[in-house]
Design a protein around this ligand. Structure first.
Ligand SMILES: CC(C)(COP(=O)(O)OP(=O)(O)OC[C@H]1O[C@@H](n2cnc3c(N)ncnc32)[C@H](O)[C@@H]1OP(=O)(O)O)[C@@H](O)C(=O)NCCC(=O)NCCS
Length: 190
């Protein structure tokens, strides 16, 4: 089941990060990491070839109100994004009754390997279950994306099934791996 969300008044703080709504003034930071080839491509979109491309995406983030900017506190800059999107589980008989969102995330290449995305994802999981009242979160990665797989595993998601994802922006279909985290199972494991 899809539910409308609006993160435009939400700020989440972790040890090293602040997750907050995007602002128009973030465009240079967005372009800096999104223009690096091989980052967006692992998540289904082409790297940005112009600042105008970043500006258009940033506008969509602001209008849609469902994507956080990830700010690195120490460097005081935006280094990635984390969004709450429609989930494949809405179309799966077993999970269609649940209030569910699919998370998607990207981090600047310069910051990979420091455990920053697991830190952000864990904070968003708590927000979604405790504040938004979601029943479940899902997440998916392209079959070859081991970096994303590790984040997903470290955040406690369970593998559900393989699927296909057509990345319109890359005009390519990928085999992907789909995972779920149920609020119930998280409570039970506490
Ligand atoms: C996936 C991603 C968000 C991971 O963020 P992160 O903060 O680097 O995550 P972690 O620090 O936990 O590292 C995850 C794994 O990446 C790998 N890794 C670490 N540093 C790396 C580097 N410099 N280069 C390549 N892989 C690296 C390691 O296998 C690590 O797993 P480990 O902790 O078991 O060693 C980041 O790699 C990214 O933005 N990738 C491109 C976009 C993408 O794939 N998005 C997800 C779409 S589903």
């Amino acid at each position: 089941m899809d539910i409308k969300i609006d993160i435009s008044d939400t700020v989440i703080e972790t040890d090293r990060l602040i997750l907050r709504p995007w602002k128009e003034t973030d465009v240079n930071d967005l372009f800096e990491y999104a223009s690096v080839e091989g980052v967006g491509e692992m998540a289904g979109w082409k790297h940005h070839e112009s600042i105008e491309a970043s500006r258009a995406i940033l506008q969509a983030f602001i209008i849609e109100k469902n994507v956080f900017a990830i700010v690195h506190k120490e460097d005081n800059k935006v280094i990635g994004s984390l969004g709450l999107h429609r989930s494949w589980a809405e179309y799966d008989d077993e999970y269609a009754h649940l209030k569910v969102k699919e998370i998607g995330f990207v981090l600047s290449k310069a910051y990979w390997g420091r455990g920053l995305m697991p830190e952000a994802v864990k904070a968003v999981i708590s927000f979604c279950f405790e504040k938004l009242g979601l029943d479940a979160l899902t997440v998916s990665h392209f079959i070859f994306n081991n970096q994303s797989r590790r984040v997903i595993e470290k955040c406690g998601f369970s593998f559900v099934k393989k699927g296909q994802y057509h990345a319109k922006l890359l005009q390519k279909t990928f085999e992907d791996m789909k995972y779920i985290l149920l609020r119930q199972s998280r409570v039970a494991n506490k």
